[in-house]
Design a protein around this ligand. Structure first.
Ligand code: GAP
Length: 481
C-alpha cells in the first residue's frame, strides 16, 4: 500500500490531469475521439512553452556572443535528406505479428519484456543486430496485442513523413517534413558566414517543429509525431572538437540548473551505439516519474553534414580561416539538441508539489508549481479582496499598469484563500491583493497593496508606485528554496 508520502508524490497521471484541467495541454481532436500522439497547448500551456523557448533563446544567443540565430524552412530540397543520410538511415527496427498484424518497435518490445519479466539480454538492446533481436523475440515474446507467437523478420521502417509539392504527385515533387531542424543550419552555413562575417568557432541556434512517423506513443507529450526542437550547431576547427564537446556538455547542464532543475534529477547517458553522423554522443536525461529519460542530446557530428552537403550540392562548404594563415577546412560540428515539449514536461514535473500547509498538526494540502518566475505562464495575479467599495476598480487599474511588463491575471471570484490556491496550482509566483487599506486615505496602508509569494506564502506590503520594480527585482533574485 502506498505510504503517506507516496500518495502525494508527483505522477504522470497527476500532471496530465492538471494540464487538462487548467488549460496547459489537451488531447488534439478530442471531439472526434482524439488523435494518437498529438496534443494541443492551451492558454496556459502556450505561454509556458513560449517562456521555455524564449529563455533557451536568450541563454543561447544573447548570453553567448559566438552564437547567432536562424529560422529555416520546414520543407527543404529533397536532396537535403539524401545528403544528411535520413533517406537511407533514419529508421527504427520494426517487427509485425503475423496473426493480428500489429506492428511494434523491436527494441522497445524487448525492453518492455525484460522490464516486465525481470529478464536480461546478452548485450544492450541498442547494440543488437536484427538477427539477434529476432532470435530473442522468437525465443521469448508473445504478441502483446493478440497473445499469439508468430513474428516477421525485424525490418527497418523509415521515420520521415512524405508528401508532394504542387498539383502532381511525382518522384520529382516528393518532399519530406523535416525530422530535425538542424539541416537548415548546415545548408545555410555559407550564407551565414558571408552575410554576418562569422568567424569559426561560432554557433547557430534554431527552434522549430520537427516531424517523425513514430509508431509508439506513450507518456503523454514525451514522444509524439510532431514536436519542437531547440537546436544549436557549433562550428569549430578540426582538432578542437573534443574540447568544444566538453564545453557544451558543461554549458547545457548549467542551463537546467539555472532554471531550477535539481542536479540529482539529471544524469548523463553515454551512447554505446552512435548515429551514422556521430563521433561521440551523450544525452542529458531527467528523472521523470517514469524514470530517467532523454531531454537533450549533445552530439559530436564531425564534418559529416557539411561534407555530405558539399558532395551532393557540388557547392564548396569549406571555410577559409584568416586567423590561421588562410587555411581551408570543413569545420567540425558540436550539436546541442533539446526537445521543447520534453522540457515542458520536465519543468512541470520538477515544479510539482503537493504540500501540507496545515497548522497545529492538521493536514491541509495545496498543489503548487514551484516554477521559475521566468517560465511561469502567469507572472502576477491581481485580486481585489472584495468586489465592493471600489476595490475591483482599483485592482483593474493596477493590473492595467502591470500588463505593460508582465503576463497578468485578474480574479475576483471566491475567497481570497481559494484564489491563492488556484494561482499556486498553475505556478503564479506573485499575487497582488487590494484591500480596504489600499483605498483609505486615513490608513497607513493607503496606496499600498499586499504582495504574496507563491513558494513561501509570505506577504509584504508594497507601495503601488514601487510594485513593478519590486516584482522585477524578485524575478531577478529568485531561487527555489
Ligand atoms: N539533430 C539531432 C537530433 O534530432 P535526437 O536525439 O533525435 O537528435 C533531439 O533528438 C531531441 O529532440 C531529443 O533529446 C528529444 O528531446 C527531442 N525528440 C526527439 N524525438 C522526439 C519525439 N518523437 N517526440 C518528442 N520529442 C522528441
Amino acid at each position: 500500500m502506498a505510504n503517506e508520502k507516496d500518495a502525494h508524490a508527483c505522477t504522470l497521471d497527476k500532471i496530465i490531469s492538471l494540464c487538462k484541467r487548467r488549460g496547459f495541454v489537451y488531447q488534439a481532436s478530442e471531439i472526434y475521439g482524439g488523435m494518437a500522439g498529438a496534443w494541443d497547448y492551451g492558454p496556459l500551456g502556450v505561454e509556458f512553452k513560449r517562456n521555455i523557448q524564449n529563455e533557451w533563446w536568450h541563454y543561447m544567443t544573447q548570453l553567448h556572443d559566438d552564437v547567432v540565430g536562424l529560422d529555416s524552412a520546414i520543407f527543404q530540397h529533397h536532396t537535403t535528406w539524401e545528403a544528411s543520410g535520413h533517406v537511407g538511415h533514419f529508421s527504427d527496427p520494426m517487427v509485425d505479428c503475423c496473426e493480428c498484424k500489429a506492428r511494434f518497435r523491436a527494441d522497445t518490445l524487448i525492453e518492455d519484456y525484460c522490464e516486465n519479466h525481470n529478464a536480461k539480454t546478452d548485450k544492450p538492446v541498442d547494440t543488437m543486430s536484427h538477427e539477434e533481436m529476432k532470435a530473442f523475440i522468437d525465443a521469448n515474446i508473445n504478441c502483446p496485442t493478440c497473445g499469439k507467437h508468430s513474428w516477421t523478420d525485424v525490418r527497418e521502417f523509415n521515420l520521415m513523413f512524405k508528401t508532394y509539392q504542387g498539383p502532381v504527385a511525382t518522384e520529382s515533387s516528393l518532399v519530406y517534413l523535416r525530422p530535425e531542424t538542424c539541416q537548415g543550419i548546415f545548408t545555410d552555413f555559407k550564407s551565414i558566414v558571408q552575410s554576418n562575417r562569422m568567424k569559426v568557432p561560432f554557433g547557430v541556434a534554431q527552434v522549430g517543429k520537427s516531424f517523425r512517423n513514430e509508431i509508439i506513443f506513450k507518456n503523454f507529450i514525451f514522444r509524439t509525431c510532431e514536436f519542437e526542437q531547440m537546436e544549436m550547431e557549433y562550428f569549430c576547427k578540426p582538432g578542437t572538437e573534443d574540447e568544444t564537446f566538453d564545453r557544451w556538455r558543461k554549458d547545457r547542464w548549467q542551463f537546467y540548473l539555472k532554471y531550477g532543475i535539481k542536479e540529482e534529477n539529471l544524469k548523463w547517458h553515454h551512447h554505446d551505439k552512435l548515429a551514422h553522423y556521430a563521433k561521440d554522443a551523450y544525452d542529458i536525461t531527467y528523472n521523470f516519474p517514469i524514470g530517467f529519460e532523454e531531454i537533450e542530446g549533445i552530439h559530436s557530428r564531425t564534418d559529416f553534414d557539411l561534407s555530405q552537403h558539399m558532395k551532393y550540392s557540388k557547392k564548396d562548404m569549406s571555410y577559409i580561416d584568416q586567423d590561421d594563415g588562410n587555411k581551408k577546412y570543413i569545420p567540425y560540428v558540436i550539436e546541442t539538441s533539446a526537445g521543447l515539449n520534453r522540457n515542458f514536461l520536465m519543468f512541470l514535473c520538477e515544479a510539482y508539489e503537493e504540500q501540507n500547509v496545515g497548522t497545529d498538526g492538521a493536514e491541509d494540502y495545496r498543489t503548487v508549481l514551484h516554477l521559475d518566475p521566468r517560465l511561469a505562464p502567469i507572472t502576477v495575479a491581481v485580486l481585489p479582496l472584495m468586489k465592493k467599495d471600489g476595490m475591483a476598480e482599483k485592482a483593474k487599474e493596477i493590473q492595467q499598469e502591470l500588463k505593460e511588463d508582465f503576463v497578468t491575471d485578474y480574479d475576483q471570484s471566491g475567497t481570497v484563500g481559494k484564489r491563492y490556491r488556484r494561482q499556486d496550482e498553475v505556478g503564479t509566483p506573485f499575487c497582488v491583493t487590494i484591500d480596504p487599506g489600499t483605498l483609505d486615505s486615513s490608513s497607513p496602508e493607503y496606496n499600498t497593496v499586499t504582495l504574496r509569494f507563491r513558494d513561501s506564502m509570505e506577504q509584504v506590503r508594497v507601495p503601488i508606485a514601487e510594485l513593478t520594480a519590486r516584482i522585477h527585482q524578485e524575478i531577478k533574485n529568485y531561487t527555489r528554496k
